[in-house]
Design a binder for this molecule. Sequence first.
Ligand code: 5RP
Length: 237
Amino acid sequence: MPENPMPENTVPDLEALKKEAALRAVALVQSGMRVGLGTGSTARYAIEAIGERLASGELQGVVGVATSDASETLARQVGIPVEPLDPRPLDLAIDGADEIDPQLNLIKGLGGALLREKLTEVQARRLVIIADHTKLVTRLGEKAPLPIEIARFGFLSTIERLRELVPGGRLRQPGAQPYVTDNGNYIYDAQLPQDLDATALERQLKGTLGVVETGFFLGMADLAFVAAPEGVRELKR
Ligand SMILES: O=C(CO)[C@H](O)[C@H](O)COP(=O)(O)O
């Protein structure tokens, strides 16, 4: 008998699932591509796998555009040349998500990188999402709050304005101080209503003074690889 027998209802290893999804997306990367490199624990597997394919010589001439300082550091560590975002289109972007609805609309930004992610991924010919099955929802806001990046200056006034649109929510503050993004801003995590009209709310939020960007990624993703214990599902918009 093994020393530590697996209990019958073993929790599936989410890390293994995330890696499986990432590898499926990385298989789409071809030599010479400019690739948007996402942020988070799932995107990390993709960045590492691109680095491995470059190191083995299977891929050549791939350049990354990183969506966060952390992803840029990792990309350089694994040997991916990194360029700043410029106006040229990217061939592909690969990133995780916090929620994925049936139309592949997303909530992103729990990892705090939503602004650079949106700036980068809007320029990608193809945005491929990688996730484990716990990120699938029937409506946005079901499980996760909507991260909203706001300017630090006057943030309490901005939060007052936000509360008129989305009453539930709080400034992201993991410790004594508010969380600060790579861009020097704060994040307000908003609880979304059940009768959400995401397009209308996005428009209202973007028109709110002090809001820099929201974590709604609507109509942007083309494809998602979602890993579950029974296998990886390929979801298309
Ligand atoms: O949007 C993000 C960062 O801003 C991430 O892609 C999102 O939070 C998913 O992260 P993880 O793969 O760690 O669950």
